[in-house]
Design a protein around this ligand. Structure first.
Ligand SMILES: [Zn+2]
Ligand SMILES: [Zn+2]
Length: 229
């Protein structure tokens, strides 16, 4: 069974399989999916989601935290199957139409095409309110890992951060491009200032599946100390 978190307004955030990619956010009537996992998971994912939704819930939207293949490879299948809205940050919307994305490494940036193109329905900017989906939630631009990386803040309590925290515990500024590093740092500041109860990164490999505010703060402080030395 996948993990589940419930916020003060009773919104359910749950793992569809056994990781935080994708996560399903539901109120009483509607659900939105954050990210879509990799292609090989499609059959399992769609079965499981149909089972969770049963007849009571409608899957209204897919929010992409960014356009790397491990997050978007099923976006096209979800759109075709569930007739939902695809939501992406405006700086990566064109990539989505092309089935590609930019990958940033220590010394270069590379554009790679590796998923089925899909048309977006909604482009977000600095902040996008999800009240149209009957949720007390919003999408916040948290660039750095990629230019259009976003985090989704649910009920002012839980932040779903995609890959925005990747590198937090292994000194990313030393191995990534300077301009990217500055973006990452200001995104971490932004997320930390929200003082959420929990921060959920997409990948378990980043040590934490659910990071508490105090742990996030502690990792950030130790990171700041480490770059000074
Ligand atoms: Zn990524
Ligand atoms: Zn990823």
């Amino acid at each position: 069974m996948g993990k589940k978190w419930i916020t003060k307004n009773g919104y359910i955030i749950q793992q569809v399989l056994d990781s935080n990619n994708p996560l399903l956010v539901s109120n009483k009537t509607t659900s939105i999916l954050i990210d879509t996992g990799s292609r090989k998971k499609w059959m399992k994912l769609s079965d499981k989601i149909n089972c969770i939704l049963s007849n009571k819930l409608k899957l209204s939207a897919v929010i992409l935290t960014h356009t790397h293949h491990d997050h978007v490879q099923n976006a096209r299948s979800f759109k075709d199957t569930f007739k939902l809205d695809i939501i992406v940050h405006k700086s990566e919307a064109e990539y989505l139409k092309d089935g590609g994305s930019i990958y940033i490494t220590s010394n270069n940036e590379k554009y790679i095409k590796n998923y089925e193109p899909v048309m977006w329905d909604i482009q977000t900017d600095d902040k996008y309110d999800l009240c149209n989906y009957d949720l007390d939630a919003y999408i916040l631009h948290t660039p750095g890992h990629s230019t259009g990386s976003v985090s989704i803040i649910i009920d002012n309590e839980i932040a779903i951060v995609g890959d925005a925290l990747s590198g937090l515990d292994n000194k990313p500024f030393k191995r990534t491009l300077k301009k990217v590093s500055e973006d990452i740092k200001s995104s971490w500041d932004k997320l930390l200032n929200l003082k959420c109860l929990l921060y959920l990164p997409a990948h378990r490999s980043h040590r934490y599946q659910a990071l508490e505010y105090k742990d996030f703060n502690e990792l950030y402080r130790s990171y700041l100390t480490s770059i000074k030395s």
